[in-house]
Every structure is written in C-alpha cells, then in structure tokens.
Ligand binder design. Structure first.
Ligand code: PAF
Length: 289
C-alpha cells in the first residue's frame, strides 16, 4: 500500500490506472478506522481492481463548537488496518494541501439538509459536499462507498453525484453494530463507562419502534414518542432529535407508508451519537422489511 499526500501525485497515479482500464473503489473517511470502515474497505476490495482509502479530518464540516480538535486520530494504526484490508493507496493530505488558500468556490447543498443532523449542524453538509467534490476529482473513483449509519449523508451524496454528473456509482453499505447493538463509531471511545452501558438503548428503541410498526401502528408521532420515552427513561442522554421521514427524500410523513427512516441523535456528556433504521413499510399489518 502506498501513502500519498498530494493531490497531484494521487491524480497522476489514478490517470495511469484508468488508462489500463482499472476500476477504482473509493472509501473516504476521517480516520480512526473501526469495523464500519473496514466493512466498506472489504466491500470495495471485492468490487474493484484498485482500492483507495482517504483519511482527512475535514475542518469545513465541523461547526465552531464541534469536536474538530478532539476528533480521535491514530494514523499509524489506520495505516496498518488499511494495509490488512488490502487497500492499494492511502490518500492522506494535510489541511494545507486540501485548502491552501481561502476558497473562492464551495458547494452548497439545497435539499435534504434542513432536517436530522443538518438542522442542528448548519453548514455541515456544505462542508461534506465541498470536500467530497475535491476528493472525487482527485481519486476519480468508479465506485464510492458510504455507511448507512449516516443515512442523511448518503442521501446528500446521492444528490451531489447526480446533480454534478460525477461518473461514480454510489454504494451504501449496512450499519455495523457492536454485539449489544450499538452502532460502531469512532466517537464511541468518548463515552463514559456508564454511558456506554446506556447507549445500547438507542438501537433497542429503534427495534421496538420497528416491531410496533410491524404490529400495525402507522402514526409517526406515536412511534416518535415511544422512541423518545425509552431514551429519556433509560439513559442520561439528551435527545437532539427523534424523527421519521420518507427515505431518501427526507420529507415529513402523515402516515408511515413506503420507504422511511427512523433516525435519532442523542448527546451524552462528551459525545453525540446517531443511529437509524430504514424500513420498507406497506399498508398491511406486519408489512415491514
Ligand atoms: O463520513 C465521513 O467520515 C465524512 O463525512 C466524509 C464522507 C469522509 C467527508 O469528510
């Protein structure tokens, strides 16, 4: 595996590989790799001739009060994990390489951002879309892999790829969970031991919601109350949101019907966790996939 730190060198390598008709699988990350990322890498390895992993903690997508400075970083470990998963290139640019001067152009996302995480993180998805535009132009992937844990990010990236005509196939990959159901995240290390025990309730509340919908409940507010009450009574976490929307449009629903997402964000003392389930709901009782 080769580590590349400059945009120009990465582009030169990719152009060479593309001239040999190699397919390029791309896994963009902010590092501190966990099993969720490794699943994306494994999937990319299966589908493509060449696998590129990027590690870049993107300052543009963090708000002024967010955890850019304390975001966990461990390059040496990431490098050996990427190598074990068979990545061919690790693109690891500095902030100066990615943003050498104040930018004269940036990407603004118009839809799917005023709900869920986007609502409480103004500008976050603009930062994500801007860095991905730069990364896509650097790595020129055939396929790009994103975890469904950040389902809103998947919806935004789908819009970016379509609207800007990137010749890239978007591959959304299922959430990887700990044995007790907690969705894997780089940020889980910042949970206090008691909070880690409580955090299992997040997924438990989503599966209870799914079972209740399977039992015939179709009122979004009833489901939202059920999830919120479980989190309030069984954790010290502060609910940022519990929502149900159509997916991937992320529009409010009068009745739970068709593809939808139940998504939540909960703040613990040093970390904010997100989780979701995407359901295909039909009108009949029990009609949930
Ligand atoms: O999901 C992430 O880690 C980031 O938002 C991404 C896609 C690497 C862009 O910085």
């Amino acid at each position: 595996m080769r580590v590349i730190t400059t945009i120009q060198e990465m582009q030169t390598e990719i152009i060479k590989l593309k001239s040999q008709s190699k397919s390029i699988g791309f896994v963009p990350t902010m590092g501190f790799l966990h099993e969720g990322h490794l699943t994306l890498l494994k999937r990319a390895r299966l589908d493509n001739d060449i696998v590129v992993l990027s590690i870049f903690v993107n300052p543009l997508q963090f708000g002024p009060t967010e955890d850019f400075a304390t975001y966990p970083r461990d390059f040496a470990k990431d490098q050996s994990l990427a190598e074990c998963e068979g990545a061919d290139f690790l693109f690891y640019p500095s902030v100066e390489e990615m943003y050498p001067h104040s930018s004269s152009v940036s990407v603004v996302v118009n839809e799917r951002t005023d709900v869920l995480c986007g609502k409480s993180r103004p500008g976050h998805f603009d930062g994500v879309a801007t860095v991905l535009t730069k990364l896509f132009n650097t790595v020129m992937p055939t396929r790009a892999y994103f975890g469904k844990k950040d389902a809103q990010q998947v919806a935004v990236v789908a819009g970016l790829i379509t609207d800007f005509n990137f010749p890239i196939e978007l591959i959304p990959v299922d959430i990887v969970r700990e044995e007790d159901g907690l969705a894997k995240s780089s940020r889980n290390v910042n949970l206090l031991p008691e909070e880690r025990r409580q955090a299992v309730v997040l997924y438990k509340s989503l599966t209870t919601a799914k079972e209740t919908i399977e039992g015939g409940e179709r009122n979004p507010q009833t489901i939202k109350n059920l999830v919120s009450n479980m989190i309030r009574s069984e954790t010290n976490g502060l609910i940022d949101y519990v929502e149900i929307y159509s997916y991937p449009q992320l529009k409010a629903l009068e009745n739970i019907d068709g593809p939808c997402i139940i998504a939540l964000a909960v703040k613990f003392s040093k970390v904010r966790l997100i989780d979701n389930i995407i359901l295909e709901v039909s009108k009949e009782i029990g009609g949930v996939k």
